[in-house]
Design a protein around this ligand. Structure first.
Ligand code: 9Z3
Length: 343
């Protein structure tokens, strides 16, 4: 994510405005907006009490050239987002899944990026039909039923992004479009967003050439080094909370660290800075089996997958849904025993 200002305040709104003013919108934006408008309208008309969550998932990338050959990428397979989306669907939410193109998707994730090739799940029967192997039947039937339920009830809208620019434009637009949902909107920002980018006016049009010597090249190759000058990506979370998102909606961001001693304090800092509802903290090395929920009232709650289930990844969404319901409903929901982890 973008670097934070050293004085501890959020990026001024004008930086965010300038960014959107000076950056051309992605070509896909209008068609995605039409899909989202239709999706939200459908649920407002057909199931007015349904909650809708925007899940962001996967890493953004930063192109080095306008006609992009090279780019700087951000870590994230999309496991957290895709798994969490399945749990939100299971809890009755409709899901707008804004994800990095070709990263993991809800339901298909069980097969697409598996260590098995997807063809390994299949066999040819005696009469020549392609069938799912016996040992995968039960699991695949379950996943297929859930997938069909989501599809048949128009509960899942899948939208891809690639670059950080696409992500930010989509995020702003979708968030604003969710305003009519009021407190039935939830934002679950699990995407790993680039810290730095090259502004459009400094971007090379064509592939950067490696053989063009630079002044000072003494034949050592030093003159062929590529020095990249990146600007900070404006932090949009504050603007999202203050102006884009509907009042009463729940906003959850993720904090990724590698140094365990920083995780909770950075999460607390983010809550103080952006005034949203929850930061889910995770460490790169342990993200598959433990997360910490940090809340504005000083709460710090660790959720861990028991050792016996650690081959599986976690979402923690059931815990979160409990929190969302406590926020929206007058009656507090008893969470004890309700913690759910997944793979
Ligand atoms: C996360 O921390 C996600 O949980 C992961 C998920 C990216 C670690 P995978 O997709 O990984 O399961 O492989 N996302 C947020 C990352 C981020 O950019 N957070 C910002 C920060 O750390 C705060 S919004 O500064």
């Amino acid at each position: 994510m973008p670097p934070e200002p050293s004085n501890g305040v959020a990026a001024p709104v004008c930086q965010v405005d300038d960014y959107f003013h000076n950056t051309p919108p992605p070509k896909t934006l209008a068609s995605h907006q039409a899909l989202v408008r239709e999706f939200i309208q459908y649920h407002l008309e057909n199931s007015p009490s349904r909650r809708i969550v925007l899940v962001t998932s996967g890493g953004t990338n930063v192109p080095l050239e306008n006609q992009t050959v090279r780019f700087i990428d951000n870590f994230s397979a999309g496991t957290r987002g895709a798994t969490s989306a399945e749990y939100f669907l299971q809890q009755g939410y409709a899901v707008i899944f804004l994800h990095r193109r070709f990263s993991l998707l809800p339901y298909s994730r069980h097969y697409s990026h598996s260590t098995n090739c997807f063809l390994d799940f299949m066999n040819e029967s005696d009469d020549g039909r392609v069938v799912v192997r016996t040992e995968y039947q039960d699991e695949m039937r379950k996943v297929l039923q859930q997938y069909h339920h989501a599809k048949d009830n128009r509960l899942l809208l899948v939208l891809p992004f690639t670059t950080v620019t696409e992500y930010l434009f989509e995020l702003r637009s979708l968030t604003v479009m969710m305003q009519p949902l009021g407190n039935r909107a939830l934002f679950y920002l699990a995407a790993a967003v680039s810290d730095f980018f090259i502004p459009r006016d400094r971007m090379e049009e064509h592939k950067i050439q490696s053989r063009e010597g630079h002044a000072g090249d003494q034949g050592s190759g030093a003159g062929r080094q590529l020095v990249i000058n990146l600007d900070p990506v404006p932090k949009v979370l504050s603007t999202l909370v203050q102006s884009w998102a509907p009042r009463g909606s729940m906003i959850v961001s993720f904090k990724l660290e590698t140094d365990p001693s920083l995780l909770v304090s950075k999460a607390e800092q983010a809550l103080k800075r952006y005034h949203h509802d929850l930061v889910i903290g995770n460490l790169l090395m342990t993200r598959k089996w433990e997360v910490v929920f940090v809340t504005p009232d000083g709460g710090e709650r660790w959720i861990r997958v028991p050792k016996s289930r650690r081959s599986k990844s976690i979402s923690g969404v059931e815990e979160l849904v409990g929190k969302a319901e406590r926020k929206h409903d007058p009656e507090p929901v008893d969470l004890e025993g309700g913690t759910m982890m997944d793979g």
